[in-house]
Design a protein around this ligand. Sequence first.
Ligand code: GDP
Length: 441
Amino acid sequence: MKLDPIVALATSLQTQAISICRLSGDDAIEIAEKLTHLNLKDQDHRILYGFIHDPLTEETVDEVLVLVMKGPRSYTREDVVEIHSHGGIYVTQKILSLIIGAGARLARPGEFTQRAVLNGRLDLAQAEGVNALIEADSEQSAKLALNQLKGALSELNEPLKEELLGIIAHIEVNIDYPEYDLEQITRTQLKPRVLSFRDKLQLILKEAQSGQRMREGVKTAIIGKPNVGKSSLLNALLNEDKAIVTEIPGTTRDVVEGTIRLDKVTLHLMDTAGLRESEDRIEKLGIAKTKQIIKDAELILFVVDGSQNLDEDEKAVLKSLDPQKTILIYNKKDLGSSSDRLEISALNKDVKSLIKVLNERYESDQFVFTKPVLNNERTVGLVRSALASIESALSAIEDDIAVDLINLDLTSAYEALVALTDPETNVSITDELFARFCLGK
Ligand code: GDP
């Protein structure tokens, strides 16, 4: 298939040191030759020095470096040429228009990556990884995206598909090719294989959750009784150099939310400040409306006034909280300090000790970087749907349903897995069967 040459700016259109125009497609090299008068055909993965000329006037437009990457050793697997010019807006636009005049067309957003997918250099999951990497705004999410870019999802998916297909193929051969001498698979034999498959999908979804946590933030509730300094703490955290505030809607109303990124963790803060006092013990601490938030929270920052002893209400609430997810913070250390506790002064924006504890706490969440995880709605949704089909197969096994009907569920699960990395592929189990069993020779 001949792919028409496309061009796009790889850098933004603004006054800057260097601009890069990227060309890809069958005639990319000819077009660049036309404009530079350089012999590029015989070059590969080399940078050449030259000038861009306007073919109509023969005027010199700019002094450039031309990088030639012949397919398939290029991002798109097609011939790719990059023209590095001076970064002025006028010059850049001029070069872009000369390239278009010479026969290329402006690429659609994402079209270079689309071609990389079409040409088999990247699978769809990897392409999503490229996008995620570009959009990553923290070290963690960049690592996760890079992992996906390296093909982690496909690596994860291939053995899964293989395993499931093994089961399906066995059943289908039993049904469709009784003359083929393969032992009949029974529900009893099926059950452990399907169960073990379900466990694998569940684990993958669990890992995906931790990846999601990294992107969206650990759900964090700041709680404590009125005037201990919850709002001040929120402000101090949001003022941290490392913190990037992404949203703080509903500032004065019941719950204030905001996302901050620290070195090792992103926190999605749900501040419960500003709730009214009441006779109810819990509500006194300003958390009545937020019992649910406490329940949902993965992390609780329980703030107390360090210049005073904990009162009975605070002790009771502290006891009711899950110690695994609670950090007790003594605020107002400027008014009174003790060495054996985590102290901050929210008012003075002195929260380094807390930041350190938070970074250490999530430091070891490394597993999400090294293990392949799904990192978007599409992929998580597909694995969920595969899991649902597997669950349905399991209950069919329990209910003594005929094996060929159980096979329908297994096949839907397989289709969902195929769609993970090859959404364009029409699954033909029969083809796979033939390949596997050499049926019909
Ligand atoms: P909230 O009701 O828990 O949200 O508490 P605020 O953040 O509104 O703070 C209540 C009062 O305590 C305010 O007057 C703050 O200035 C004061 N405050 C907060 N943090 C500190 C601190 O670290 N040291 C001192 N001395 N006062 C503080």
